[in-house]
Design a binder for this molecule. Structure first.
Ligand code: ADP
Ligand code: MG
Length: 691
């Protein structure tokens, strides 16, 4: 293998390559667009396109694609070749600035939530120069945003970029209050990605895994995660080989893959890159998920990104580490060293706390999917209640500011911001509360609610927007203040007092927290349909920040409700199918064998009580399973009539899911009582411990 620094980013048209391949002036202008978000001068696009094409062709590319992120949550691509006919029946490889900047994928089948009638077909893609193009499998990939012809966002990236602008504008205003003059503030994200690996030969025998990404049936194996021997345990050779292959692939695409380890559940693992600018991180995370699946297949395994592939062991999430930094590299969530820096930090911290409390429902709905409903509130992931963990030191500071007295522990006396130095906050892992949905971890917040398969585009778009809104309010108030320090102290005290209810350092898995949260008036949106119903409350927020229009917001709600309902539809139909075609016939075979044994024994005058007992037990379970299959089938049929997206989603949640749960319980019990050879597909022992 070549040395890592040599292969790193070899497939990426990044800053170094651009500096090398582009005329100086063009390079400078492009970098201004990339770094400061300045509009791109069209005249330079031709030059960039040509250089990009030459570089890509050298790397073996024959095609290019505008790579975009429609509302399906995964990426989409349509490949066009570079060939252009010339006189004499020949071709040349050509790529124009126009083709680079804008594409028309004719992607009329992507969900648009009513924004586009299919007869109006076209949406268009627009180059996002801030995320690097790359070559993969003979194609030049150009990261793009995807909009309708009337300019409405049809994807996850457009609003994300808008939200990055919104927060940058407001954060710059806030920093100016402290005598700084940043050109831009960008949000940064480092997503930790959890996943499962199963042997492909077992996967291929399970319709539920194939159609839905999770097991819809399956009794727990005798061993689960109780020994906690898998977490950070030594990595098995086959997994290690996969991981190192994946690292190399990711490095070639310029992804800063950094950390890898076994997770809590058997067969569960995690990979984390070093953080980068939000939109790049999100593109990279999409690429990571795709490559993880691809590389796993090469190793005869399937990478499961579903939030809850197995009942009875932990599901998978995607921890979204988030912060903000200026163009000169100052991390705004880094507590400062002197009083002035600390005052700025406390204001920014207060803004984030306020945003999370004020827009708690928004944070919750940003992670609402059918898959994630299995995690949130299930004593393995944060609860569905959004709260903020600050750690003891910081909470003491907050209390001190609010109460204005001496803190009970040996903290500082009455804090006056801009004068007092805050204590140094420890950044070690021991202080972390793993049960908190939104935890301060020294120099960033870790949002732990997102599901493992989710695009974190929405999550960060919503977080940015919420914080941008609060920054705006603070800047409006403080810009006009006569005595800045006084106004600042008052504002922070007032805001922390009002929003301290969202701060919770205790155990989020504890049932008492649910009651406590209710007393505090914190929302607890338990399911996706319930969470998505809250969308309408945020029209003003999104319109005022310029991130989403009311029409765009409503279309998103429709799409997500529809996606939820369709997920349950596929799952429920798969269950009926497996039950009728595989499970009940399999168990009938076993009952037949038992019956034959019982009859033979009887003929020989032997005691057959055991077989009779087994037959009776299995017959009863099979009969219950059959009945519950019929009930589920009827529930599935009843779903056909809905036209309203919310009602359809509610029905799936209230009627279909309970019927699925009932059927599963009977079938899992049956599995535990059926001889291995009659069970129609591999069970949890093979899936979880088979590698
Ligand atoms: P842990 O598992 O202890 O939470 P990891 O090292 O697995 O920590 O992941 C931490 C993640 O946080 C990494 O992706 C890291 O790059 C990211 N991170 C660190 N600093 C920042 C920051 N300023 N902004 C965003 N993400 C950050
Ligand atoms: Mg982690």
């Amino acid at each position: 293998m070549n040395s890592i620094p040599e292969i790193f980013a070899e497939n990426v048209f990044n800053e170094n390559i651009m500096r090398d391949k582009l005329p100086k002036e063009v390079f400078k202008k492009l970098m201004k667009t990339i770094e400061l978000g300045e509009p791109l001068d069209v005249s330079i696009a031709n030059v960039v396109a040509n250089a990009m094409k030459d570089w890509a062709v050298e790397k073996g590319a024959t095609h290019y694609t505008h790579w975009f992120q429609p509302m399906t949550g995964i990426t989409a691509e349509k490949h066009d070749s570079f060939i252009t006919p010339t006189a004499g029946g020949k071709v040349i490889m050509a790529f124009s600035g126009k083709e680079l900047i804008q594409g028309e994928p004719d992607a009329s089948s992507f969900p648009s939530g009513g924004l586009r009638a299919t007869f109006e077909a076209r949406g268009y893609t627009a180059w996002d120069p801030s995320s690097y193009a790359f070559v993969k499998d003979g194609t030049l990939y150009i990261p793009t945003a995807f909009c309708s012809y009337t300019g409405e966002a049809l994807d996850k990236k457009t609003p994300l970029l808008r939200s990055m602008d919104a927060i940058s504008r407001q954060a710059c205003r806030v920093l100016r209050l402290f005598g700084k003059d940043p050109k831009r503030v960008t949000t940064t994200v480092g997503p930790e990605q959890e996943y499962f690996l199963v042997d492909k030969k077992y996967y291929d025998q399970r319709k539920d895994l194939i159609f839905t990404g999770r097991t819809l049936f399956g009794a727990m194996a005798p061993k689960g995660q109780e020994m906690e021997d898998h977490y950070f345990g030594s990595i098995k050779p086959r997994i290690a080989a996969f991981m190192s292959d994946l690292d190399v692939e990711l490095w070639k695409y310029g992804l800063l893959a950094k950390t890898k380890h076994n997770e809590v559940a058997p067969a569960q693992h995690e990979i984390a890159p070093i953080f980068s600018t939000t939109n790049i991180s999100i593109d990279n995370n999409q690429l990571l998920m795709e490559l993880a699946k691809k590389v796993a297949l090469k190793h005869g395994m399937v990478c499961l990104l579903h939030e809850k592939p197995f009942d009875g062991v932990n599901g998978s999430g995607k921890h979204n580490n988030w912060s903000m930094s200026t163009d000169s590299g100052e991390n705004l969530l880094n507590p400062g060293r002197d009083p002035k820096e600390n005052a700025q930090f406390m204001l920014i911290l207060t803004a984030v706390i306020t945003a999370v409390d004020k827009y708690a429902k928004l944070m919750r709905l940003s992670v609402a999917t059918a898959g994630n409903d299995h995690r949130l509130g299930a004593h393995e992931a944060p609860p569905a209640i959004v709260s903020v963990f600050l750690g003891d030191e910081l909470e003491r500071v907050v209390n001190d500011i609010i109460e204005g007295g001496r803190s009970p522990l040996d903290g500082p006396a009455k804090i006056e911001l801009g004068v007092t130095t805050l204590p140094v906050f420890p950044k070690d892992n021991t202080d972390r509360n793993r049960t908190s949905p939104f935890a301060f971890t020294g120099n960033r917040f870790e949002f732990r609610m997102p599901g493992s398969s989710t695009s974190i585009g929405c999550v960060n778009m919503m977080l940015n927007t919420a914080v941008a809104d609060v920054f705006k309010q603070y800047a409006d108030e403080l810009e006009g203040a006569e005595d800045f320090r006084k106004a600042l102290n008052e504002l922070i005290k007032r805001e922390l007092t009002e929003h301290r209810r969202v701060i919770f350092n205790g155990n989020g898995y504890d049932d008492s927290w649910i009651e406590e949260a209710e007393r505090r008036g914190l929302p607890n949106l338990r399911s996706t349909p319930e969470a998505l119903a809250a969308y309408d409350e945020f029209v003003d927020l999104f319109e005022q920040t310029g991130v989403l229009s009311e029409t765009e917001l409503k279309s998103r709600k429709e799409i997500l409700l529809g996606e939820y309902a369709k997920t349950i539809k596929i799952e429920s139909r798969t269950m009926v199918d497996m039950s009728k075609k595989d499970i009940l016939p399999g168990v009938a075979g076993y009952i037949k064998e038992l019956t034959e044994i019982a009859c033979n024994k009887k003929t020989l005058g032997l005691d057959n009580a055991l077989e009779i007992k087994e037959i009776e037990k299995l017959s009863a379970l099979a009969s219950a399973s059959y009945d519950r299959t019929v009930v589920l089938e009827q529930a599935v049929a009843g779903a056909a009539d809905f036209t309203d997206a919310q009602e359809y989603a509610d029905y799936q949640h209230d009627v279909v899911i309970p019927a699925m749960t009932e059927l599963r319980a009977a079938v899992d019990e049956m599995e535990l009582n059926t001889a291995q050879k009659y069970w129609p597909f591999p069970t949890y022992d093979k899936l979880l411990f088979g590698i």
